[in-house]
Design a protein around this ligand. Structure first.
Ligand SMILES: [Zn+2]
Length: 300
């Protein structure tokens, strides 16, 4: 699927032809219990009757990237499926880098078994090399990084190379320049930022849909609406530490088997932070996020 909206879906066949399709009611019914029945990235079977194409089957997903939908009730929302990597787009300035958001998206990717990379855009605004410091923090967490400028083209070829043959989901806070970046990555595509959907007349950013771009064979970029907040889905307070890959080699070496890496003596993770092997900031963000998940778990 290249695009799934509230009512209609756009299907991209193996020859890159686009087709508007409906979804069989039976499949939509299933979505009530399982979350989204059809999402961008799904492989589907469909039938054509007259001028109407209908999806009749969705192939099992090899993976999916989900988030907690906004709203008080805990509901998961699958953003896209069958991915090879998640690309988090952020900026150091305008808007400033949001560490909490970055750590949430990266934890969700890790939890989903998806490699992630971090892109800091608007390099031209970064005269003090703030991006380099952010990226080195995440390099220690095993997340490859790119500092790019869509205007000058700096870093764009390297990023495109890193996306080659890897279906990539692009996520980012509103205003970080994700659409401009996707345009720079796919010349000739002329993706309008905040563009208008011909069919519904609604701006693209008013939908919650992700959208797959295939500027040429082998390059598959999935755009998604800008996020302001990101809720983890399917990650418990107990297994959050596993979603911080740089913690893993220290887990299990604490004196106490049930160590919470708080005030316990001989905590291997805290010692790693003190030695500078784990970023202090990432450790603090982990403690915050875990406390938040714990209070949510208590409430439900
Ligand atoms: Zn510990």
């Amino acid at each position: 699927m290249s695009r799934v909206d509230f009512r209609s879906c756009t299907l991209l066949d193996d020859d890159d032809a686009q087709l508007e399709v409906g979804v069989l009611g039976r499949l939509m019914g299933r979505s009530k219990s399982l979350g989204n029945a059809v999402v961008v990235g799904d492989r589907v079977s469909f039938t054509i009757e007259g001028d109407r194409a209908t999806i009749v089957e969705v192939e099992p997903r090899r993976n999916a990237f989900a988030r907690r939908a906004s709203g008080a009730r805990p509901v998961g929302q699958v953003v896209a499926a069958n991915l090879d990597q998640v690309v988090l787009v952020a900026s150091a300035f305008q808007p400033r880098f949001r560490e909490g958001l970055a750590d949430r998206v990266l934890s969700q990717a890790e939890h989903s078994g998806l490699p992630a990379r971090l892109v800091i855009s608007k390099r031209d605004l970064d005269r003090e090399h703030v991006a380099a410091r952010i990226l080195s923090d995440y390099a220690r967490a095993g997340v490859p990084g790119h500092a790019v400028c869509s205007l000058t083209g700096e870093g764009i070829d390297e990023l495109r190379h890193a996306c080659e043959t890897r279906r990539s989901l692009f996520l980012g806070h509103s205003g970080v320049g994700k659409s401009t970046l996707l345009n720079a990555l796919s010349p000739g595509l002329a993706l309008a930022s905040g563009g208008v959907n011909r069919k519904t007349g609604k701006g693209r950013h008013t939908t919650s849909a992700a959208w797959l771009l295939r500027p040429r064979p082998g390059l598959e970029l999935i755009d998604s609406p800008g996020v302001r907040t990101f809720g983890l889905w399917g990650v418990t307070a107990r297994d959050l530490e596993q979603a911080y890959p740089e913690f893993r080699r220290f887990l299990g070496s604490c004196r106490f088997g049930d160590c919470r890496h708080g005030a316990e003596p001989a905590c291997a993770l805290r010692e790693a932070v003190e030695r500078g092997e784990v970023s202090e900031r990432r450790f603090a963000s982990f403690l915050n996020l875990r406390a938040e998940l714990e209070s949510e778990e208590e409430r439900s």
